[in-house]
Ligand binder design. Structure first.
Ligand SMILES: C[S@@+](CC[C@H](N)C(=O)[O-])C[C@H]1O[C@@H](n2cnc3c(N)ncnc32)[C@H](O)[C@@H]1O
Length: 247
């Protein structure tokens, strides 16, 4: 959509979308938010596929996670903002590192990124992903979000289920020293999941990047320094070969 984002005086335009009766539906509210969102405009200007790219950029500014040559799994990758950011950081176009990305939806190709359209909740998804990785990963990142039902408790449970599965997958594929980054909802990494992450990783913290809307319960959990419990591929290459292990 080609909507001017600034008025003649150069100030950002506020766009209001209303029904004929003057009411605003939730779809219209979403559209209104998109049109007024500076990150959406900036993503379009700078060539990022999604405003989500800025969340990873901001997390990266704080955490310095991604390094040249790393091997990365991107879960819930479409339309591809995070993969674009990661590809730049690890030097993928110059032949360094590896990114395997999956999503329920199709994703337009990103040079060098191995993409598979699949449901992470399918029983064979972790196995298929492990085959695509063909060796241990340095970072498993998940921006997966199940479609919101509007029912707070249900949405919360759905996202917790996705994070728990993603964390379990991370334990299988990460090289010692590796990191796990995942979207959760406020209060979403309590109890067993948080305890498990603390046991298996040297450091666990929560981050709320500025690009994550202040009115959303979205939050990211970042677990670094994987201790290597049951990591696959530990004998497929020395852990010290991995950029994550060279911190
Ligand atoms: C917020 S978007 C990801 C945005 C992406 N990180 C980017 O930078 O462009 C969340 C994605 O998770 C995907 N997703 C949700 N549940 C999934 C599942 N079970 N398996 C695979 N992908 C899933 C959705 O299809 C959606 O594309």
């Amino acid at each position: 959509m080609n909507t001017p984002s600034r008025g003649p005086d150069g100030r950002p335009l506020k766009v209001r979308v209303k029904t004929a009766r003057g009411r605003t539906t939730s779809q219209q509210k979403w559209l209104q938010r998109q049109l007024n969102d500076p990150y959406v405009a900036r993503a379009r200007r700078e060539g990022w596929r999604s405003r989500a790219a800025f969340k990873l950029i901001e997390i990266e500014e704080k955490a310095r996670l991604l390094k040249k040559g790393m091997r990365i799994v991107d879960l819930g990758a479409a339309p591809g903002g995070w993969s674009q950011v990661a590809a730049q950081k690890i030097g993928l176009e110059a032949g360094h590192g590896k990114i395997v990305a999956i999503d329920l939806l199709e994703m337009e190709a990103i040079p060098g990124v191995v993409f598979a359209q699949m449901d992470f909740l399918e029983p064979d998804a972790p196995e298929r992903l492990l085959a695509l990785m063909d060796g241990p990963a340095d970072v498993v990142m998940s921006d997966m979000a199940a479609n919101a039902t509007g029912h707070k408790k249900t949405d919360h449970l759905k996202i917790v289920a996705l994070v728990e599965l993603a964390a379990e997958f991370a334990r299988q594929v990460l090289a010692p020293g590796g990191a796990f980054l995942a979207k959760v909802l406020q209060g979403g990494t309590e109890g067993a999941l948080l305890a498990d992450l603390k046991r298996d990783f040297a450091q666990v913290k929560h981050l709320k990047p500025a690009a994550s809307r202040a009115d959303s319960a979205e939050l990211y959990v970042l677990a670094t320094g994987y201790r290597g419990r049951g990591a696959v591929g530990a004998d497929e290459g020395s852990p010290t070969d991995s950029p994550a292990a060279q911190e």
